[in-house]
Ligand binder design. Sequence first.
Ligand code: 6PG
Length: 254
Amino acid sequence: MPSTRSIEVLANAADLFHAAAEEFLRVGRAAIGAQGRFTVALSGGSTPKALYSLLAANYSGFVWNRVFLFFGDERHVPPTDADSNYRMVNESLLTKIAIPAENVFRVAAENPDAAAAASDYEAQLRRFFELGSETRPGDRPGEFPRFDLILLGLGPDGHTASLFPDSPALDEQSRLVAANWVAKFNAHRITFTFPVLNRAAEVMFLVSGADKADILRQVLEGKNTPPLPSQRVQPSDGKLLWMLDEAAAAKLTR
Ligand code: 6PG
């Protein structure tokens, strides 16, 4: 089933996060009903924090013990750092819901060796999704995990997860997780690669605020050469959902 792209525009940020929470739970209930578990990769940055807080505040009774949480990307900092995506998610969601610790898969970004942190996280994914390692005979190299839901954001330069324009990980086609050097931050980021993003059953972009209006129009309506990283998110057999508020969608042709 080729990917279907749908765009939902909500009147304001509050409505956006409510609709995103409903979609999160809709996909979760369907996955748990069908497979007994819900696998989801969370996004970082500032936008999704309100969604995580809403899930914690209004849906603490959800079957969190059937939810398996991963991170689509992480900054190369310890989990106590103010820049840590894990810290943001922990404070806004994990500490407020009854999710077993073993259901949360964190990037060990405190490891000073970013490549080792990325390999370790890839090994965690391979173990969880029973993909085996790349080396042992009979294993399933070249297979990618299929998340039920991957949350993504949109950066001002068109990046998503930590796949930035002109960065090395854009061309990664075999690894699940890459340590991506981001020149403008003079730092590595640990990020899912496009094959993982495009293998998901559903990818939900969450974009809010007028400061995203220009880049959003470029991404959704523009022809860029090369394509912006966010434009390369095209699930091969899944749903692509853009959840926007009016302020972010203000410059779209409708
Ligand atoms: C990160 C994110 C990144 C984010 C965008 C948008 O670790 O920063 O995963 O891809 O989604 O940069 O960030 P804002 O939501 O803060 O605008």
